[in-house]
Ligand binder design. Structure first.
Ligand code: CU
Length: 366
């Protein structure tokens, strides 16, 4: 057993409590990691606000990078000293989904992902078990994870930057090359230009999309969108984004629309922005209970509405690949980080995120 400092959610609509907790030893098939950094992602906030119900108390954070400290018996993919990113969707490599090339849909998702694979916790405080958010618990200086939840990465990559790849970067960029498979010269619309949507925009540029039309309601985010490669911006607080995107794209609408907000309105707008036969990919996480209202005629016209989980590809190879692109100077990651904070300032980082003041903040521990 050791101790860790962790940010714990005890009650919805209450600040996270940053405190010392007990961390039990890794069991067979588990890995103890010293987290170095964790990106401040909106998904955790859905638990803090209660929009997504979750058992409490829980150590939040699911976008982490760190160094392996110890491994339990039978662990073969990493050893102490290895650098890793977290994989908030584990990949077992053995189930039908993994074998058939869809490891972000791995069967391990069918079990609750708030404890280890044996159904027990490794965090404890005053005799009470703490849940591990998505089996990652990145808002902790140390954590234990199932082996399928860690992805080995190159050691020369800065952990306080590449932690972002563990969720927001792959979630935003992956749908472009894995799900939509956007070809050179395509027209693309992106609804939502925060820390995830900027990656959709950046990857659309990298694969050679001709028009990249960014939509948001916050002027500052539209400025960011331009920095990351948008060719046109639409302020949806001032004009009807559907009509504007269609006009800018020409030909009845965009070839591909990406929805990176997670609301009924923006998903419907994204679909309506595509021309006949166009494809819409939902990337944003909607609050529980969200429903769509769309004319089925849209789909008789061969439009496709699909979605993406953690990049919709192969997380164990996509994460290192994106890190390689960054290390080669072909992909912007540092520019995504508006500020770094200590673990004790995570609550404040969420305030700024909600105010639309930051692209991404990163909590850094050492
Ligand atoms: Cu996330």
């Amino acid at each position: 057993m050791t101790t860790a400092t962790a940010a714990v959610l005890y009650q919805v609509k209450q600040p996270l409590v940053v405190e010392e907790v007990e961390l039990l030893d890794p069991r067979p098939g588990e890995v103890q990691v010293r987290w170095v950094a964790n990106g401040v992602c909106h998904s955790d906030y859905h638990l803090m606000s209660g929009d997504v119900p979750h058992p409490l108390p829980v150590v939040l954070g699911h976008e982490a990078a760190g160094v392996v400290e110890r491994v339990g018996a039978g662990v073969t993919s990493v050893k102490p000293g290895d650098h890793v990113c977290s994989s908030y969707i584990p990949s077992c490599g053995k189930c039908g989904y993994c074998i058939n090339g869809q490891p972000t849909l791995c069967a391990l998702r069918d079990s609750p992902r708030w404890f280890m694979l044996d159904g027990t916790a490794r965090f404890r405080k005053n005799g009470v078990d703490l849940h591990h958010y998505l089996q990652v618990a990145g808002y902790a200086t140390h954590a234990v994870l199932p082996e399928p939840s860690v992805i080995p990465i190159r050691k020369d990559a800065p952990l306080d930057v590449v932690c972002l790849v563990s969720c927001g970067v792959l979630a935003g960029a992956g749908p472009v090359f894995n799900r939509a498979k956007v070809p050179v010269g395509a027209t693309v619309g992106v609804y939502g230009c925060g820390g995830v949507g900027l990656n959709t925009i950046q990857m659309a540029r990298l694969v050679g999309a001709a028009k990249i039309i960014a939509v948001d309601v916050v002027g500052k985010k539209l400025d960011w969108a331009t920095e990351f490669g948008a060719t046109h911006v639409v302020d949806a607080s001032r004009e009807d984004p559907v009509a504007r995107v269609q006009a800018l794209a020409g030909g009845g609408g965009v070839d591909y629309a990406f929805e990176v907000v997670g609301t009924q309105r923006t998903i419907e707008q994204a679909v309506l922005s595509t021309h006949r036969g166009g494809t819409t990919v939902v990337v944003g996480v909607s609050p529980a209970g969200t429903r769509l209202s769309l004319d089925p005629q849209l789909f008789l016209q061969q439009r496709v509405l699909t979605g993406s989980s953690f990049g919709a590809g192969h997380q164990r190879t996509d994460v290192p690949m994106l890190i390689d692109l960054f290390m080669d100077g072909k992909y912007k990651l540092r520019e995504l980080i508006s500020r770094s904070v200590g673990l004790e300032d995570v609550n404040h980082a969420y305030d700024l995120l909600l105010q639309g003041e930051v692209k991404r903040s990163v909590a850094v521990y050492s």
